[in-house]
Design a protein around this ligand. Structure first.
Ligand code: NAP
Ligand code: G4F
Length: 394
């Protein structure tokens, strides 16, 4: 029997890389997808299997961390050997604006899920292993280097909620003898990173500036330091935690820290641009309380899990810039063919009359894929979320 896994947050950056990893290992993967009025499965498009196909390896279910009834039903249906809880309102700045929802999805959501797992294990007698996505944001103001023994000092509603989720996980491990492991992952990025996180906001802007689609990049605090790794390396650490002989807490990090300014300098110079000509500071992107300096010590994960990062900071930056140059090139082509308009290029242009073009729109997806959307009689369409890269609210 192949192993099976349930991924909460399967549509996110990490969810998509973890799905790839588990499928490559022969797992049946169940994923929880939130209901949304627009498609939220772009990062899984290349893995999607039609529900009518026999012997599917990837099975998606609607569900939400705020809904215990649905979580229980999915557990019963999927009967997973491993559960990865990656679901979260994961944006730190947004958590100041949505503190209650952040607590509900991150802290309470983890509690709901753990409670369902405890009951499922009790009444089925099955062994289920649980991964909880903890964050270096839990360390907050604690000075670097941070490891498993560093005390938590969170600086945002998101960080506080992750600390609660961490302790719920430890408590369910100890109280009910469940196999629950906390990963404490430092920042990890990729070409699939959400476009309002700073690294991707920078690399998307570089692509668009190069293609004449954007003029300025507005950012907040450039002095904050982060320990940035590659998401593809980090999902391997999650999997290793659940293969270990006993449940535990593990820091996953590169041990190298760079400022936001360092990231900007590296990325712009790789693209042959001088960042000073394009970057402007806008205080609206600063947080009420900032996490100044994160640098992780992952020696425990190296010793017990044999895990080490494979991708350097420079490789990560180049990978992201390359991908976003390609994406912006496609966006430029769409603009020049008059399928989309872009404000930065000048006054919005009218689309060609629909008699001259095929009657469909193309929507530009964050991972570089293009998807046909249904016919529109009045295709008054501005480059979707691509246009947010320079002016994103966070
Ligand atoms: P992400 O791209 O923002 O993905 C978050 C996922 O959670 C998405 O699939 C999202 O669904 C889902 N989600 C949001 N609210 C939910 C809810 N109420 N119920 C169910 N699912 C919900 O985040 P990521 O970068 O992949 O990170 C994965 C996890 O690791 C998160 O818990 C994050 O907090 C944590 N983490 C991330 C980092 C990092 O640097 N990336 C570091 C440490 C910890 P939609 O696609 O529909 O929005
Ligand atoms: O990219 P960020 O938004 O990531 P942040 O806040 O470090 O959180 C990410 O990493 C955590 C792990 O430590 C995860 F748990 C969390 O889910 C998320 O994935 O911001 C990084 C830094 C911050 O110091 C921020 O103030 O960049 C600074 N920054 C400067 N200008 C900006 C901007 N951040 C964003 N998002 N947008 C800006 O314009």
């Amino acid at each position: 029997m192949p192993k099976s896994a349930l991924i909460i947050g399967v549509t996110g950056q990490d969810g998509s890389y973890l799905t790839e990893l588990l499928l490559s290992k022969g797992y049946i993967v169940h994923g929880l997808v939130r209901r949304s009025s627009s498609f939220n499965t772009a990062r899984l498009n290349h893995l999607y299997e039609d529900p009518h196909e026999a012997d599917r390896q990837l099975i998606l279910h609607y569900g939400d961390l705020t809904d215990s009834t649905g979580l229980r039903a999915i557990l019963e249906k999927a009967r997973p050997d491993e559960i990865y809880n990656l679901g979260a309102q994961s944006h730190v700045k947004v958590s100041f604006e949505l503190p209650e929802y952040t607590a509900d999805s991150v802290a309470m959501g983890t509690l709901r899920l753990l409670d369902c797992v405890r009951d499922h294990v009790r009444h089925t007698g099955r062994g289920v292993r649980f991964y909880q996505a903890g964050s270096s944001e839990m360390f907050g103001a604690a000075p670097p280097p941070q490891n498993e023994n560093t005390r938590f000092y969170p600086r945002s509603p998101y960080g506080v909620s992750k600390v609660a989720a961490y302790w719920y996980s430890v408590n369910y491990r100890e109280a009910y003898n469940l196999f629950v492991s906390n990963g404490i992952l430092f920042n990890h990025e990729s070409p699939r990173r959400g476009e309002t996180f700073v690294t991707r906001k920078i690399t998307r802007a570089i692509g668009r500036i190069k293609m004449g689609l954007q003029k300025k990049l507005y950012l907040g605090n450039l002095d904050a330091r982060r320990d940035w790794g590659f998401a593809g390396d980090y999902v391997d650490a999650m999997w290793r935690m659940l293969q270990h002989s006993s449940p535990d807490n593990f820091v996953i990090a590169t041990g190298q820290s760079y400022s936001v300014r360092d990231f900007i300098t590296e990325a712009f110079s790789y693209a042959g641009l001088d960042w000073r000509e394009y970057v402007e500071i806008d205080p609206q992107y600063c947080r009420p309380t900032e996490v100044d300096f994160l640098c992780g010590d992952a020696s425990k994960a190296k010793a017990l899990l044999g895990w080490e990062p494979k991708t350097s900071f420079s490789q990560l930056v180049c990978m992201m810039v390359d991908k976003d140059l390609g994406l912006a090139e496609q966006e430029r082509l769409l603009h020049d063919q008059q399928y989309v308009t872009s404000r930065a290029v000048g006054a919005p242009i009218a689309l060609r009359p629909t008699s001259d073009v095929e009657k469909y729109n193309l929507s530009c997806l964050g991972n570089g894929a293009f998807q046909r959307s249904p016919k529109q009689e009045q295709p008054d369409f501005v480059a979707g979320h691509c246009g947010l890269a320079g002016s994103a609210a966070h």
